[in-house]
Write a protein that binds this ligand. Structure first.
Ligand code: G3I
Length: 303
């Protein structure tokens, strides 16, 4: 196959990208995105501050612009994200205790109702684990409402849209030897054993010199999959853009049947949150295919 999406589809997987609503008028950007990718994540537009800027008043204007562009072009979407310590609107940042817990529940219900039956995967909870060696939860206003906030979020999401696959999404859970990975693994194992609804784990996979790709990535993917959840690579970018590292990531996903797809976190280097100078993506800032693109396409086609 000659595009990333079609090549991934040969093994029943998808290949996605993050899309920013402010760039939908850029024909170079949308041309590449439409041609190459078949799964879309809104880079910021479905986050809490965007969708509920005032408490109880939902705004889906920019989220729907991306949703409509995606569906009109035959693409599906990953919903990102419903419960997160970051990018909370000011009103939510100032809440705590029961009122924050109820606001989280209302937010999940409000957003999932708008997209009921339309979004196959939701990042229900994002980045709830701490960096470093504790393997424990990140401190946040949500965490301070009680350790059960994550399972409450997942149970709320299941009831709100029973058709959606519900994912836990985080960064620095790619390396199997890291405490954060083990912390999330233990949570998923506990949820599965107690019947808390969880269907997938998102490995964000932002690789850089502080958190480099490690060959135990394949072990991480297969260990999560063995718990009975799908695994998605949700926000892939590689500082420096190494072709061989990109190929390794793709091959590790292809090696595990429950690794269902790969999403890169932006189209061109100039679209990356990291800045174009780090060369993290598959297209250069002019929209030309990079060596890393060919490496990914070849790996997908060899499957
Ligand atoms: O839209 C405003 C603009 O009006 C304003 O002038 C400008 C001034 O700072 O800010 C603009 O908003 C920025 C927004 O991106 C859109 O460009 C925010 O400041 C900025 O914080 C925001 O950054 C996003 C970041 O999440 C916020 O946490 C990045 O685009 C986005 O790529 C990044 O994505 C996250 C995932 O959601 C979760 N995992 C990590 C990943 C990378 O950080």
């Amino acid at each position: 196959a000659s595009t990333l999406g079609a090549a991934a589809a040969q093994s029943g997987r998808y290949f996605g990208t993050a899309i920013a609503s402010g760039k939908l008028g850029d024909g170079n950007y949308t041309g590449i995105a439409n041609r190459e990718f078949n799964m879309i994540t809104a880079e910021n537009e479905m986050k809490i501050d965007a969708t509920e800027p005032n408490q109880g008043q939902f705004n889906f204007n920019n989220a729907d612009r991306i949703y409509n562009w995606a569906t009109q072009n035959g693409k599906r979407m990953r919903g990102h994200t419903l419960a997160w310590h970051s990018q909370q609107p000011g009103w939510m940042q100032s809440l705590s205790g029961n009122s924050l817990r109820q606001a989280m529940i209302n937010h999940i219900n409000g957003v999932m109702a708008h997209y009921k039956g339309k979004i196959p995967y939701w990042d229900v909870v994002n980045e709830a684990y701490a960096d470093g060696n504790s393997g424990g939860r990140r401190d946040s206003n949500l965490q301070r409402t009680g350790n059960d906030w994550i399972e409450v979020a997942f149970r709320t999401a299941r009831a709100a849209d029973p058709a959606a696959k519900l994912c836990y999404n985080d960064y620095n859970i790619d390396n199997w030897s890291w405490a954060k990975t083990q912390g999330v693994y233990n949570m998923v194992r506990d949820f599965k054993s107690r019947g808390v609804p969880i269907d997938c784990v998102g490995l964000q996979s932002h690789f850089n010199s502080n958190s480099p790709y490690n060959s135990n990535y394949r072990t991480t993917i297969s260990q999560f999959a063995a718990l009975g959840v799908d695994v998605a690579i949700t926000e892939l970018d590689i500082q420096g853009g190494s072709s061989s590292t990109y190929a390794s990531v793709v091959n590790d996903c292809l090696a595990v049947s429950r690794c269902i797809g790969i999403t890169v976190w932006g189209v061109r280097d100039s679209d990356s949150w990291l800045g174009a100078n780090t060369s993290p993506l598959l297209f250069d800032s002019n929209g030309n295919k990079k060596a890393a693109y060919n490496s990914v396409l070849n790996a997908l086609n060899a499957a």
